[in-house]
Each structure stands twice: as C-alpha cells, then as structure tokens.
Design a protein around this ligand. Structure first.
Ligand SMILES: [Zn+2]
Length: 72
C-alpha cells in the first residue's frame, strides 16, 4: 500500500483506487484545493482594452461581416 503526502493538508494520503480523492487524502482536501484554484482564476481582472475593440470594429462592419467582404 502506497501513502503519499496530501498536497492540501500535508497529511498522509492513501494512493489507492479506493481513495477517490487522490492525490488528496479526502474529498474535503480535494474540494478545498479546487475551490482555491477557482477563486484565484476569478480574481484575475478582465479589462477590455480599447485597442482590441478598435481592431475588432475596423475589421468588421455593423453586419458582422469582414470589412473587405464584397457587398452586393
Ligand atoms: Zn488532506
């Protein structure tokens, strides 16, 4: 039987098919880790840049077609 160190709490974690939370020692540690990862990613500020918007509006006209598309 192999025991590894739980990445969340540092305690012994059973590396076995019976441990559904591996490499974590238990579901709780697994959820804490996933939760921390999720909340970190949500904290990244998403600020649309004016430059990117202008690039978009110059490439596409109001109909959403590329500006260089032939109109009939
Ligand atoms: Zn743990």
């Amino acid at each position: 039987m192999t025991t590894i160190k739980c990445p969340q709490c540092g305690g012994p974690s059973l590396w076995d098919e019976s441990n559904k939370a591996r490499p974590f020692c238990c579901d709780r540690c697994k959820l804490i880790d996933l939760g921390a990862w999720a909340s970190e990613s949500y904290q990244i500020p998403v600020q649309p840049s004016d430059e990117a918007y202008e690039d978009y509006s110059s490439s596409y006209d109001a109909s959403g077609l590329p500006a260089n598309a032939t109109k009939h």
